[in-house]
Design a protein. Structure first.
Length: 115
């Protein structure tokens, strides 16, 4: 599985961004997917996750109510809509999935939020 994330950038506090992650696989509908982030000097953390059907989602507490994860199975793409961005959201964002016990990571996209 190849994952290609995009959509990051430099924004001001309060702005919005939408990240996209295109998965190159024939098994996209078999995959649960997640977005992780890693800020400088910090461990990578899960931000959001979505089930295979899209009916189940998870958010870490710090982004609940601001971020929305979604997927388009016809486009093999998972999205992360990020509203009300704050400087503490600054990080490299990665998409992730696990298939047959193997962990797959995209290269990551940088999100920088200025105050």
């Amino acid at each position: 599985v190849r994952l290609q994330a995009s959509g990051g950038g430099l924004v001001q506090a309060g702005d919005s961004l939408r990240l996209s992650c295109l998965a190159s696989t024939r098994s996209f509908t078999d995959l649960s997917l997640g977005w992780f982030r890693q800020a400088p000097g910090k461990e990578r953390e899960m931000v959001a996750a979505i089930s295979r059907s899209g009916g189940g989602t998870y958010y870490t507490a710090s982004v609940k109510g601001r971020f929305t994860i979604s997927r388009d199975n016809a486009k093999n793409t998972v999205y992360l809509r990020m509203n009300s961005l704050q400087p503490e959201d600054t990080a490299i964002y990665y998409c992730n999935t696990v298939l047959r016990g193997v962990n797959y990571w995209g290269k990551g996209t940088q999100v920088t939020v200025s105050s």
